[in-house]
Design a protein around this ligand. Structure first.
Ligand SMILES: Nc1ncnc2c1ncn2[C@@H]1O[C@H](COP(=O)(O)OP(=O)(O)O)[C@@H](O)[C@H]1O
Ligand SMILES: [Mg+2]
Length: 261
């Protein structure tokens, strides 16, 4: 693989509460600690990734919505924010984004908006991590049109594992019809609790699942209450409490991704 090329990673799962936002924030933070230049793009109208970096989308604040909207989008560069952490930038979201689907319903090429506006500015980053809403909306399709790679967080819970069928189907449609070069870079087991039978069972199932052969990360993200606590303070846990298991897991995941690149 060409290591000089920006890796654009969509963190996707149509199910909510599986660790997408936490993965975007902490993988981004961990890669940045390892010297990489990272851009986080928040494509969820609920703007949890934005808040997770301590940034509150003020009513008048511009967001990713302003660069993809039509007509009269603003230049992409004008919505990029520096975070308190070196090498980590953010394109924030706000609630305006929820109107995008309806407003662009009749626009030609509406699935390509994010790609169109961001592709020219991503070169200065090593990694772009994109957070997505828990649905297969036009927003998620825009992310999958823009991305080079997909990272799927899968909660080690039966419902979450069951929901993977639909996700795999969706990704194959996107690959066939819109973005033939996109690939599933990996599946990360999240919310792992080794004391519970169900967590262990789902991890076993994921390891045996032929669809994800060679894709399941060795790193397993354990349940760690410090992760939720760090969200309260608007800091990725990797920065908030480097000694936590949450930080250790995401730093290990970052190492795996750097090894694979
Ligand atoms: N490994 C973890 N251990 C404990 N809590 C977690 C973990 N990962 C995520 N959380 C918490 O679970 C909730 C859902 O996670 P989140 O990343 O927001 O999921 P999603 O973006 O898929 O909806 C959040 O409150 C988050 O702080
Ligand atoms: Mg989320």
């Amino acid at each position: 693989m060409d290591t000089s090329k920006t890796q654009i990673i969509a963190v996707v799962n149509e199910k909510g509460g599986v660790g997408k936002t936490v993965t975007v924030l902490n993988l981004g933070a961990a890669l940045c600690l390892k010297g990489k230049k990272v851009l986080i793009v928040d494509m969820d109208p609920q703007f949890n990734a934005t808040r997770g970096l301590g940034i509150s989308p003020g009513k008048d604040g511009t967001s990713v919505y302003d660069i993809i909207k039509l007509p009269e989008p603003v230049p992409a560069q004008s919505v990029v924010l520096q975070t308190p952490w070196k090498r980590l930038d953010l394109i924030p979201s706000n609630a305006d984004l929820s109107g995008f689907e309806v407003e662009l319903a009749n626009e030609q090429g509406r699935e390509n908006r994010l790609n169109e506006v961001l592709a020219p500015i991503v070169d200065i980053y090593d990694f772009v991590l994109v957070d997505t809403p828990p649905s297969l909306s036009l927003l998620t399709v825009n992310v999958l049109t823009f991305a080079s790679d997909i990272l799927i967080p899968c909660q080690t819970h039966p419902y979450a594992y069951g929901a993977m069928d639909e996700l795999v189907e969706t990704i194959s449609i996107i690959k066939d019809e819109i973005n033939p070069d996109i690939r599933i870079m990996g599946v990360a087991a999240t919310f792992f609790d080794r004391r519970t039978r169900v967590s262990n069972k789902i991890l076993e199932d994921l390891r045996a699942d032929k669809r994800f052969k060679g894709k399941l990360f060795d790193t397993v993200i354990r349940i760690n209450t410090t992760i939720a606590e760090s969200a309260y303070y608007g800091k990725p846990v990797v920065f908030f409490r480097p000694s936590s298991t949450g930080a250790a897991d995401y730093l290990a995941l970052a190492d795996e991704i750097l090894d694979r690149a």
